[in-house]
Design a protein around this ligand. Structure first.
Ligand SMILES: Nc1ncnc2c1ncn2[C@@H]1O[C@H](COP(=O)(O)OP(=O)(O)OP(=O)(O)O)[C@@H](O)[C@H]1O
Ligand SMILES: [Mg+2]
Length: 290
């Protein structure tokens, strides 16, 4: 694979930054808005001047797809699966994130935004990692190599709390719980906290914690969800100190997915796009002065 002509390959990103603040975006449930949030926070932070790395850990490859790539179709391009097998270096999986589908005429590399590509073979990741010594620390070891090259690292987790997600919880500094509004969805936050407690009981050196809660797909008017007000109140009271600005429900989000675009390249003035800029500031990444 050759990267887009206007992009700076990761191998040439030499200036030291960081150490990056590293977040894992987690929820045991599928479809909780994790990938949408990782890619759009990454795209906003990149625009604000932070060199950002997205790490895709999901066999569905949604983060890679939203960044313009179809890793399974790219012969010769190393992915995290190859790193897991020991046949590629982590740095070789890192490519510039794109503003649209790879190969499309108007697609450009997004300044400051990179992605470590995943692949559908990651389905087997737990079986491969399982017997390895230090299996919970695989990702942490990889990220150590690049932490000084980025300001921000965002890990997109699969929708479970298995070994790959444990790797993300061990590797990150902070955990963002992404939830759609609702009672069932809120219970997922408790499970994330219990999992982190479990990990810390076994590995006291692990310091990550649930630092932020991000409610996505929030109905924009009452008729869209009768239980919404109640669940909103309960998340506000239980997680008041952790709550990021909410991301409103928008049909533009699935449309942007289909176009393989981050929202800022698809619907720049849209409500959900503006919400993600606010979320990015809320995480502590306001626009940098040049
Ligand atoms: N604010 C929103 N408004 C409308 N649709 C949304 C919103 N946020 C996410 N979605 C849609 O919800 C679906 C799930 O989102 P996403 O893929 O980000 O979740 P996920 O937690 O990464 O899921 P998985 O666990 O399968 O990886 C997608 O179709 C996405 O387009
Ligand atoms: Mg996802």
């Amino acid at each position: 694979m050759t990267v887009q002509p206007d992009s700076i390959p990761y191998s040439l990103v030499l200036a030291d930054r960081g150490p990056a603040r590293t977040f894992a975006v987690v929820n045991q449930s599928g479809g909780a808005g994790k990938t949408t949030s990782v890619v759009n926070i990454g795209a906003c932070a990149a625009e604000y001047g932070y060199r950002t790395l997205i790490v895709g850990l999901d066999a569905q490859c949604d983060a890679s797809v939203l960044c313009g790539y179809e890793p399974d179709m790219m012969a010769g391009q190393p992915t995290l699966y190859d790193v897991l097998l020991g046949v590629a270096d982590f740095e070789d999986t890192i490519v510039p994130a794109l503003s649209g589908r790879y190969g499309d005429k108007d697609t450009k590399a997004i300044e400051n935004l990179y992605i470590a590509l995943e692949s559908s073979n990651l389905e087997d990741a737990e079986q491969i990692l399982g017997p390895k010594t230090g299996r919970e620390f695989w990702l942490r070891g990889l990220l150590e190599k690049v932490r000084d090259k980025f300001d921000l690292i965002l890990i997109d987790c699969p929708g479970n709390l298995g070994l790959i997600v444990v790797n993300a919880l061990v590797a990150c500094d902070e955990v963002i719980g992404a939830v759609k509004p609702g009672w069932k969805e809120l219970r997922a936050l408790t499970r994330i906290e219990l999992k982190i407690e479990d990990i810390q009981a076994v590995f006291p050196g692990v310091k990550s914690y649930l630092s932020k809660v991000l409610v996505v797909d929030a109905p924009t008017h009452r008729s869209q969800g009768a239980v919404y007000d109640d669940s909103k109140k309960s998340v506000e009271s239980a997680y008041a100190d952790k709550l990021l600005p909410m991301v409103r429900r928008s049909p533009r989000i699935p449309e942007a997915y289909a176009a393989q675009k981050a929202l800022r390249f698809f619907d720049r003035a849209g409500d959900a796009t503006q919400d993600y800029y606010k979320v990015t500031k809320g995480l502590g990444f306001p626009r940098r002065k040049r």
